[in-house]
Design a protein. Structure first.
Length: 270
């Protein structure tokens, strides 16, 4: 259970303080911190609360938007990302999740150059502070408003160009787990995986995100976790669930059920 985490996006309605309290009550040992909730609570207070609760920070989410698609300039995006790297270091976060931003009005080539240049400016600080920047590719039918990185080939090529030990990949199973080809790609992805996010859905992602509790959708999560473990993955599995179905559930029940389901999968592998 030492590698199981919950993203605060999963319990959207809870406050930062409620997340910490209820995760620990459910024997969850790690938390994916959402920057908005942390800011509302106070960064210094939040760091102290996490330390007192004994919660490890599996990720800090998120920084990015370097293409200007969210209304911020490229320079503003860089400034915010530098702050996020410092916050991640303060929390001892295992990684900082980064989204490139949408392509917007740019050509794909220009958007890619903006993101690559941003990474090259941020990586020295990340290396200095001991923070891994974890780039998250997303399915183009669902995540194009957050990133133009809609395939693994381009993501891997970008990482190869940057040549930094502080740069990795987030694998979100909601976006990619339903594709049988993912299992064949694991050997290529494995050396770069900074975080695996566990998400399930009743149909392939399209339009607005609508996830379901682990094990109730079409993503072969148990087989995927087994394949990841067999391939040598040693990082966190962070549950990230959101959408109409999740919003209608009881959060305490959802957290406990997610932990129990993951525990069952890991016991099979033991």
């Amino acid at each position: 259970m030492g590698r199981f985490a919950i993203s605060e996006l999963t319990t959207f309605r809870w406050s930062f303080e409620e997340d910490v309290k209820n995760y620990r009550a459910a024997d969850v040992v790690a938390i994916g911190v959402w920057r908005q909730k942390l800011a509302d609570f106070g960064e210094e207070r939040g760091a102290g609360l996490l330390e007192a609760a004994g919660l490890v920070v599996s990720s800090l989410q998120w920084a990015g938007g370097f293409t200007g698609s969210d209304g911020r300039s490229h320079v503003d995006g860089l400034a915010d990302a530098r702050v996020a790297i410092q916050t991640a270091a303060t929390l001892g976060a295992k990684c900082l999740i980064v989204h490139s931003g949408a392509r917007g009005s740019h050509t794909h080539k220009h958007a890619r150059r903006l993101f690559r240049d941003a990474l090259k400016k941020l990586l020295p600080l990340a290396e200095e502070r001991g923070v891994t920047i974890a780039v998250e590719p997303m399915n183009g039918d669902c995540g194009s408003e957050f990133t133009f990185l809609n395939c693994f080939d381009e993501t891997l090529a970008l990482i190869s160009e940057c040549k930094s030990p502080a740069l990795g990949i987030v694998l979100d199973t909601y976006h990619w787990g339903y594709q049988p080809a993912l299992f064949d790609r694991l050997p290529q992805l494995m050396p770069h995986l900074a975080l695996v996010q566990l998400g399930d859905g009743r149909q392939p992602p399209r339009g607005e995100t609508n996830r379901c509790p682990l094990g109730e959708g079409i993503v072969p999560l148990r087989d995927l976790v087994q394949a990841l473990e067999s391939s040598g993955y040693e990082g966190f599995y962070e549950v990230e669930l959101m959408g109409e179905e999740i919003e209608a559930t009881d959060y305490q029940e959802l957290v406990c059920r997610s932990r129990e389901t993951f525990d069952e999968w890991m016991q099979v592998l033991a």
